[in-house]
Ligand binder design. Structure first.
Ligand SMILES: [Zn+2]
Ligand SMILES: [Zn+2]
Length: 386
C-alpha cells in the first residue's frame, strides 16, 4: 500500500533539487538533533508543504540525506504511526461481519502524545500540518477504504470505527436501523414487555450476549428474537403504540410498534410478511427511514384539530334551542393508531357523547378530525361551582 501511495507522489524523486527542500532539511536537522522521531512523524511535519503524499517515504529520504540513523522510539507517536497495517488488519477482521458502504475512523490517543506533537509544532513554528491524530486516522481510512471498497462519510457513516491507542483495542459500531410492524396475540398470558437481564439490568453483558435480555417469552422477546437473528443486532428498543395487559388478546389488524435496532450487522434484510413466533404473529415488519416517534401520523392528524378547541365555544342544539358551552383547556394522549384519550375542562352541560359523534353539536370531534369518532367511555374528574 505504501508503495502505491508513493507512485502517486511524483515530486519525491526530484525533491532534493528544490529550494523548499533545502530549507526543509535544515529545519529537519534542528528537530532531529534534539528529538528522536520516527520516519512517519518526520515526513508528516513537511509533507503538506512539499506536496508529498507518503509521510514515511519522505521521512526516510530526509533521514538518508541527513545521514542519520532511524530512531528506535518516536518521541511523538511511540511508533504507532508505523503500525498502520497492523491496525488495518485488525479493523478488517472486526468489520468483516458488518454490512456497510460508508465508514468513519476515530482514534483515542494518550494525552502525552498530543502534548509532544504540539510541543514540536510550536517550538519549530510548523503551521498548517496535520496533527498526529488526524494523520493516523487519515492513513488508516485511506487503506481501509481501498481494501473494503467503501467510502469515508464524516456526517452519517454506516459504521464508526474507534481505535483506542491507550488500550491497543479497536471497536466497530453501526448506525441504528428503524423498523415498523404490527403484531397479534392469540393466547392470554403473554406479557408485552420482557424482563431485563438480571445480571446487568438491561445494559448488556456477557451473560445476555449484550442483548440486555436473557428470556424471550414476551411480545418484546419474540420481536427481539427475530431482529437478533436477522440483523445480528445487539439490542432493540421498542416503542409501543398503546399498552396491554398480559391477559388481553390483540386481534384483527394488530397493534403497531416501532423498533430501534442497535448495532445491526446486516442492513439490507427483507422480512417475511408474516412471522409466527408461538402465539405471537408479527405482521409486515419492515425498514423505515427514521425514528417515527416524532412524526407519528395519527398524532399529527389529531394535533391541530384538537388544538383549535381550546377557548372555543361549542354550540349545542336541542329542539331548535341553541346553547353555548365554552372549552377552557384540552389535553390528549394517543393510545393507539386509532384511539386517543381526551381530558378537558368545559362548561357544565356539554353532552360529551354527542360532542364526540357530532350529533347536533358544532364543532365536534368527528367533523374536526374528519373520521367518524365514537366515545368508548368517559369520566368526570372534578365538578367546580363558579
Ligand atoms: Zn512517530
Ligand atoms: Zn446482561
Amino acid at each position: 500500500m505504501q508503495t502505491k501511495l508513493l507512485a502517486t507522489s511524483p515530486s519525491l524523486q526530484k525533491l532534493h533539487l528544490t529550494k523548499k527542500f533545502t530549507q526543509t532539511l535544515s529545519v529537519a536537522k534542528k528537530i532531529l538533533d534534539e528529538y528522536s522521531l520516527c520516519t512517519a512523524c518526520t515526513g508528516r511535519l513537511f509533507a503538506k508543504k512539499l506536496g508529498v503524499l507518503s509521510y514515511e517515504q519522505l521521512g526516510k529520504k530526509i533521514y538518508r540525506l541527513l545521514k542519520k540513523n532511524e530512531s528506535n522510539k518516536c518521541f511523538v507517536c511511540k511508533n504507532f504511526l508505523l503500525k498502520t497495517n497492523y491496525f488495518v488488519d485488525k479493523l478488517l477482521e472486526l468489520s468483516s461481519e458488518y454490512e456497510f458502504s460508508t465508514f468513519l475512523v476515530g482514534a483515542i490517543l494518550k494525552p502525552s502524545i498530543v502534548d509532544n506533537d504540539d510541543e514540536i509544532r510550536s517550538k519549530f513554528q510548523l503551521r498548517g500540518i496535520d496533527s498526529v491524530k488526524t494523520d493516523f486516522t487519515n492513513q488508516i481510512a485511506k487503506i481501509f477504504s481501498k481494501k473494503t471498497k467503501s467510502k469515508i462519510d464524516y456526517l452519517n457513516p454506516e459504521i464508526t470505527i474507534t481505535i483506542d491507542l491507550k488500550t491497543d483495542s479497536c471497536q466497530v459500531k453501526s448506525k441504528p436501523l428503524f423498523l415498523f410492524g404490527k403484531y397479534t396475540k392469540t393466547e392470554r398470558g403473554i406479557p408485552q414487555k420482557e424482563k431485563p437481564c438480571s445480571n446487568c439490568e438491561g445494559k448488556g453483558c456477557r451473560t445476555c450476549k449484550n442483548h440486555g435480555i436473557c428470556t424471550f417469552d414476551s411480545v418484546e422477546g419474540k420481536i427481539a428474537k427475530v431482529v437478533f437473528d436477522k440483523f445480528g443486532a445487539d439490542q432493540i428498543k421498542v416503542t409501543w403504540i398503546g399498552g396491554e395487559d398480559k391477559t388481553s388478546l390483540v386481534l384483527n389488524k394488530g397493534r403497531p410498534f416501532f423498533v430501534k435496532v442497535i448495532n445491526p450487522k446486516k442492513r439490507n434484510i427483507k422480512l417475511a410478511k408474516k412471522i409466527t413466533q408461538d402465539k405471537v404473529v408479527i405482521h409486515n415488519l419492515h425498514l423505515i427511514k427514521q425514528n417515527p416517534k416524532t412524526s407519528f401520523p395519527f398524532k399529527t392528524k389529531i394535533q391541530k384539530p384538537i388544538g383549535t378547541l381550546i377557548k372555543n365555544t361549542i354550540a349545542v342544539y336541542d329542539k331548535n334551542k341553541r346553547n353555548e358551552k365554552l372549552i377552557y383547556s384540552v389535553k390528549y394522549d394517543v393510545l393507539s393508531s386509532t384511539s386517543f384519550s381526551l381530558s378537558m375542562t368545559a362548561d357544565g352541560g356539554l353532552p360529551i357523547k354527542r360532542f364526540v359523534e357530532g350529533t347536533d353539536v358544532f364543532p365536534n370531534l368527528t367533523d374536526l378530525i374528519g373520521t367518524k369518532c365514537s366515545c368508548k367511555e368517559f369520566d368526570f374528574h372534578e365538578v367546580k361551582l363558579v
